[in-house]
Write a protein that binds this ligand. Structure first.
Ligand SMILES: [Zn+2]
Length: 146
């Protein structure tokens, strides 16, 4: 794992992008929510790409590697791990290195699921998604793909 950057170096910005193939019949977890009736995503964990992208962005900003380096498939304890569990573990790593998260924004791009109708529930989930973070995650939906 690369050496962590100093939290005293000023505000840090990280970018995380995640893509998983669809897996028919597997439950879909996205942004910490179960989406009944939707096909899920493959993955060693629950395949929550929104949570994974947030973890990667946070770890990148802190210079603490990425999701695979910290919670990879070689570690059986992370098999089936939920997005919120990975975010909590990421928050613990960041806090241990002296970092405080100021903001996390996640952009979900896809035709499904329709995120807008569950906006209220998603916002209620935000504190769970952002456990250990000072401010809430924001998950603006993007469903304008062809
Ligand atoms: Zn992922």
């Amino acid at each position: 794992m690369p050496d962590a950057l100093s939290p005293n170096d000023g505000p840090r910005v990280g970018v995380g992008v995640d893509v998983h193939p669809l897996a028919a019949g597997r439950p879909l977890y996205l942004a910490g929510l179960l989406w009944p009736g939707e096909d899920g995503l493959t993955g060693h964990s629950d395949g929550d790409v929104a949570a994974h992208a947030a973890c990667d962005a946070l770890l990148s900003a802190a210079g603490l590697g990425d999701l695979g380096a910290n919670f990879g498939t070689a570690e059986p304890q992370w098999a089936g791990a939920s997005g919120p569990a990975l975010l909590r573990a990421t928050a613990t790593l960041l806090a241990g290195a002296g970092f405080v998260v100021g903001n996390v924004a996640i952009q979900v791009i896809g035709n499904r699921p329709r995120i807008g109708p569950r906006r209220t529930r998603r916002r209620r989930c935000s504190p769970r998604l952002s456990a250990g973070f000072r401010s809430a995650c924001q998950v603006p939906p993007r469903t304008d793909l062809a």
